[in-house]
Design a protein around this ligand. Structure first.
Ligand SMILES: O=P(O)(O)OC[C@H]1O[C@H](O)[C@H](O)[C@@H](O)[C@@H]1O
Length: 365
């Protein structure tokens, strides 16, 4: 069946233009049974679709050459996103001009159980190395499932979305003995990519965790990038044994390795890419901290899954809950929210036009 998928995909690629290719890749409707252990995706016949709950837009999935099933989201303006069920990881977000907004390592390791460096990955139940687990926990090295019973989506014709779920399995309980359900809704709409993570304690005892959405954003040249919104805040410097400092600069710029956890950050942070004249705007709630990371040249060379020059075109700006771990009692649920959007940077004497990127924002309820 996997061969069938791949043959269809290749035939489709040859027959269709790029814009229609995505549509064609959507041959396999998500009314599918996904058997990960065999590395296969087995579509049900269409009659079974009727038995499933209706979704607002048809959801599309295909299996790529590495055997990793991915969901493709598209919206009428032409932007698109790709989400791997492995790690629940967003690996691509293209704007309406088909320009990639996310960074993917040129040496990313696509073989399980490795984590894939790039896109937007989920760090749970532990961020970084602080704790008993391996770096960034295990959610990024697990196969997630489609959530067949998500909470109802807000009605909208021009967005497409997917709901994923990760439940604790036996192997997880051995290393982190707390039963949980981690849900992630990914919504694509014109110029925006929204991620809504939710974690429910399905155990009989309380547990605590740290969490991050690790956003690898694509930039033209890291030396020309500035991050605004973190000035005057306190941060833990991971390069200085997590010592606490207060940010003194007007904006964060880069001329060497940086690995900081800013605490109590505002709900909006801007990444200004001077060369591209483009600003990423990160809006978030439920995740009070923000991690800023760039490995620079030496660390990039030391990391086996990062190209030597890759650091120049990436910045990691993570939405996170690290300083104060989240505690959930049995049956309680935590919910976060993250929205990434881009706007054209507008300058007046080198200053970002505040009306364009720093205007008020209200989160959807
Ligand atoms: O390799 P990854 O899991 O993508 O993590 C990459 C980086 O993410 C963060 O932002 C951390 O602060 C870094 O210490 C880490 O190395």
């Amino acid at each position: 069946m996997a061969d069938f998928f791949w043959n269809q995909l290749v035939a489709g690629a040859a027959a269709y233009s790029d814009s229609k290719f995505t549509t064609f890749c959507c041959v396999i409707n998500i009314a599918s049974k996904l058997d990960w252990r065999k590395g296969k995706v087995t579509p049900f016949v269409s009659s079974i679709r009727a038995k499933l709950r209706p979704s607002p837009m048809p959801l599309n999935i295909f299996q790529d050459i590495d055997g990793l099933p991915r969901v493709i989201l598209t919206e009428p303006n032409g932007s698109s996103a790709q989400v791997l069920l492995y790690g629940g990881q967003v690996i691509s977000w293209k704007n309406e001009r088909k320009e990639e907004q996310l960074f993917m390592s040129s040496k990313a390791n696509w073989k399980q159980p490795q984590a894939i460096k790039g896109g937007i990955s989920v760090c749970f139940p532990q961020f970084g190395n602080v704790g008993s687990l391996g770096p960034h926990g295990f959610a990024k090295n697990r196969f997630w499932s489609l959530d067949r019973d998500p909470s109802p989506l807000p009605p909208s014709e021009n967005q497409s979305s997917v709901d994923l779920i990760l439940k604790s399995k036996e192997e997880d309980l051995k290393i982190w003995p707390h039963s949980f359900e981690l849900r992630l809704r990914i919504i694509l709409s014109a110029g925006k990519l929204i991620l809504i993570p939710r974690i429910r304690n399905t155990d009989s005892k309380a547990f605590s965790f740290t969490f991050a959405l690790c956003n690898y954003l694509s930039v033209s040249d890291i030396s020309e990038v500035r991050v605004e919104g973190l000035e005057t805040l306190d941060y833990f410097d991971n390069l200085m044994k997590r010592a606490r400092f207060t940010e003194q600069a007007d904006a964060i710029t880069f001329d060497g390795e940086m690995n900081r956890v800013y605490v109590h950050t505002p709900t909006k942070i801007a990444i200004i890419d001077h060369e591209k004249k483009r600003t990423f705007v990160l809006r978030k709630s439920g995740m009070p901290d923000a991690v800023v990371w760039n490995p620079w040249d030496k660390k990039a060379k030391a990391l086996p899954d990062l190209g030597d020059e890759d650091y120049k075109t990436m910045i990691c700006l993570n939405s996170a809950a690290i300083e104060t771990p989240i505690i959930l009692k049995p049956s309680e649920e935590w919910k976060g929210y993250q929205e990434l959007s881009t706007v054209l940077s507008s300058y007046c004497s080198g200053q970002l036009d505040p009306g364009k990127v720093l205007c008020g924002f209200h989160y959807p309820s």
